[in-house]
Each structure stands twice: as structure tokens, then as C-alpha cells.
Design a protein around this ligand. Structure first.
Ligand SMILES: Cc1ncc(COP(=O)(O)O)c(C=O)c1O
Length: 392
């Protein structure tokens, strides 16, 4: 017998050991130990789940809907999702074969990646981007290939850069719009250019549209609705952000049957089904939640206008967000890295923001500030940041 590892901790996987801890978590461990700190770091709505939705979840428990559901999801919910995607975004997906209900977009993304990545396969990610993307790809022994975007170009993708990033190993381009962390979206014409590149090179598109319902201005346009794209696009969406349901862990993937079938198989072995209670709550969210989403949107809009204007007024250039609940002001002109800026601000003024470097190298000149917190907190934090930059 060949020699065996000596200690239990030698038995953990290389890939698990090598995953870098999330730049956000690491930072917020410091924040939690600091009372009276104002946090602009949180990536979830400060609103409580609308009562009718919660009530529906409670009723499902009372009525005994507390068992496993079908692996794909409760059929009424699947049907409502299909209807919603068509009426909102002109996406046509069959509820019986082309939609899968998941434990948040997080699981929908994981299942999508598991369905397409073999070791060494490449997935193109557009930086700055959501912290999970690169880690998730690496955990599956895939390779994240970064296409950077820049403040000067409104963080739009340069189609030429995108084309150059495609190799014989590329499986998919992973998009997120409106974006966490920039708050910016992609125009219909840019999405058409990306679609053309995907079709010409036979590449899939994973489209994380979790913030599609939180938009300020132009209507959300989904790349999956472009003719010819349905067969190569997996649209990810969910209830966490739109309906303030982060803790319910509910999302979904919509895509061509050949991928959803594989995702469903993996889901059968690794997750079984999303929470039955959450699915019944989501049925209510789909049936009557729209007004609640609109109310939240009105509040987000006021906060967005205030926070974007405040940053620009104090000399930290900030693009007006088109969606989501983040602003991404530039701080490099202070001479500090985004990490130092965030740490010093926290120490000096007890305001927590996320260093842009947590979202990849392309974010290193920025900080991400979430306005999913009260207007009072936003106003106080803006005063504190103004004080802070006077002294640097
Ligand atoms: C871009 C993006 N995708 C996915 C997620 C995860 O969403 P869920 O709560 O549905 O798993 C988040 C959460 O912050 C996000 O910002």
C-alpha cells in the first residue's frame, strides 16, 4: 500500500483549500465587531418580505405542504414563472421542460456551471463582477477568463476584447446586468453584438438577471429574447432581490431543454428540490407581488439619486446606476487603494463599504456602496465620508 496522509486535515481537497475567502466576508468580520458602524456593504434589500408573501409561506406550513416537491419545482410556480418571463421579457420557456426552480440564483448558477464544465474548460467573466463567479468556476475545475471593463467606458463590454478572449476551450460567457457591483446594465444594441459573437463562435451565454426588476429608466432587455439565442442562453433569476426574499433561498433557471435536463439530474442528486414553503410563498409573490416591488423601487430611486449626487458632489466620480442597489464611485484619486480606503474609512468614520478589488482587478479603483439601507443611514454616511476625504 502506498503511503497514506498522516493527519485528518491532509484529507481536505486541494481545490477547497485553494479557494480564496470572499473579499466581502473577510471585510465584514471586522464590521460586525464594531458597534454604531453604518454599513453600506450589505447586498440585500433592507425591506422585510411583503406580508402577503410571508403569510402564504406560513399557510403552506399550516396546510401541511411541508414535503419534498417535484424535483423541478411546484407546477403552479413553474407555470407562473414561464408566464412572467414571457410577459416581462419576451422569453418563451415551457414550464414542463425548460425551467428549473432552485435554491436561489446561487444554486441555479452552480447547476448551470456543473452542466457545462469539464476540467480545463473556460468561462468568460466580465469584471468587475459578483464575487462568486470565479470561485464557483474554479471549484468545478474550470478556468475563469477575465474580460475587464472600465469606468471611462461606463463599464460596457468591448466586443473586440470579448472576441479575443474566446478560445477552443470556451464554453460560455457569463453576464450579469444590471450589475453587482457597478449598478450598470447593457444596452439592447450591445447585447445584440454579444449575441452575434456567441452565435458565430458557438458559445453559450449564462445571463444572471437577478436585478432585472430593480431598474431605473430603460426597460430591462434579456439577451435570451434575441432571435437564435434561446438555444444557447441560460437565464438565471429569482426572488431574493426583487421581492426582498434573500432568506427564502429561491431562484430559477430557464434555458434549452438539453441543459435544463442535465441540471435537473444533478439537482436530483445534490438538492432534491427547493424548499416547499418558499415555493408556495413565491407563488404569492408572482401573483400579487408586483405592487410591492414597485413600492420598493420608488424608495430605491430616491436613495439612488441622493447617493450618486452626493458622491459626485464630494469629488468621487460616480456613474448614475441603471439598476440594482449599488453605486461604484471611483476613489483612486485620493491616492489610496480601494482596500486601504475602505479600511481607513471604517476606522476613522465607522462607515463600511466594500473595496472594489473584491470584484476583481478591474474594480480596484472603486468602492461599492449599497443603498439597500435607510435614507437616514445614507445621509449620515455621506456626511462621514465627506469628512473622511477632507482629511486624506
Ligand atoms: C449578481 C448576483 N447573482 C446572484 C446572487 C445570489 O443570489 P441568490 O440569493 O438568489 O442566491 C447575488 C447576490 O448578491 C448577486 O448579486
Amino acid at each position: 500500500m502506498t503511503s497514506r496522509p498522516k493527519n485528518p486535515n491532509d484529507l481536505v481537497s486541494e481545490s477547497g483549500r485553494n479557494i480564496a475567502p470572499s473579499g466581502i466576508r473577510e471585510f465584514f468580520d471586522i464590521v460586525y465587531s464594531m458597534p454604531d458602524c453604518i454599513s453600506l456593504g450589505v447586498g440585500e434589500p433592507d425591506f422585510i418580505t411583503p406580508w402577503k408573501i410571508s403569510d402564504s409561506g406560513i399557510y403552506s406550513i399550516k396546510d401541511g405542504y411541508t414535503h419534498y416537491t417535484s424535483n423541478r419545482g411546484v407546477s403552479e410556480l413553474l407555470y407562473l414563472i414561464s408566464d412572467y418571463l414571457y410577459s416581462k421579457y419576451k422569453l418563451q420557456y415551457d414550464s414542463n421542460s425548460e425551467i428549473l426552480v432552485t435554491m436561489g440564483v446561487s444554486q441555479a448558477l452552480d447547476l448551470t456551471l456543473r452542466s457545462i464544465i469539464d476540467p480545463g474548460d473556460e468561462i468568460i467573466i466580465i469584471e468587475p463582477c459578483y464575487v462568486s463567479y470565479a470561485a464557483n468556476i474554479k471549484m468545478l475545475h474550470g478556468v475563469p477568463v477575465t474580460v475587464p471593463t472600465f469606468f471611462e467606458d461606463n463599464f460596457k463590454i468591448d466586443p473586440e476584447r470579448l472576441k479575443k478572449a474566446i478560445t477552443s476551450k470556451t464554453k460560455a460567457i457569463l453576464l450579469n446586468y444590471p450589475s453587482n457591483p457597478t449598478g450598470l446594465s447593457f444596452s439592447q444594441s450591445l447585447l445584440k453584438e454579444i449575441a452575434k459573437i456567441a452565435m458565430e463562435n458557438n458559445v453559450l451565454v449564462i445571463s444572471d438577471e437577478i436585478y432585472s426588476a430593480i431598474i431605473y429608466g430603460a426597460k430591462h432587455f434579456s439577451i435570451g429574447s434575441i432571435p437564435g439565442m434561446k438555444e444557447r442562453t441560460i437565464v438565471l433569476n429569482g426572488f431574493s432581490k426583487s421581492h426582498a426574499m434573500t432568506g427564502w433561498r429561491l431562484g430559477y433557471a430557464a434555458g434549452p431543454k438539453y441543459i435544463i435536463d442535465i441540471m435537473l439530474k444533478i439537482h436530483q442528486y445534490t438538492g432534491l428540490c427547493a424548499s416547499s414553503i418558499s415555493q408556495y410563498a413565491a407563488i404569492e409573490a408572482m401573483q400579487s407581488g408586483e405592487k410591492e416591488v414597485e413600492k420598493m423601487l420608488i424608495e430605491y430611486t430616491k436613495r439612488k439619486n441622493y447617493i450618486a449626487r452626493s458622491f459626485n458632489d464630494m469629488g468621487l466620480p460616480c456613474i448614475d446606476p441603471e439598476g440594482a442597489f449599488y453605486v461604484f464611485p471611483k476613489v483612486s484619486q485620493t491616492g489610496m487603494s480601494s482596500r486601504d480606503f475602505a479600511l481607513e474609512l471604517l476606522k476613522a468614520q465607522k462607515v463600511a463599504v466594500v473595496p472594489g478589488s473584491a470584484f476583481g482587478d478591474a474594480g480596484k479603483d472603486h468602492i461599492r456602496c449599497s443603498f439597500a439601507t435607510s435614507m437616514e443611514n445614507i445621509k449620515t454616511s455621506m456626511e462621514r465620508i465627506r469628512e473622511f476625504i477632507k482629511k486624506v
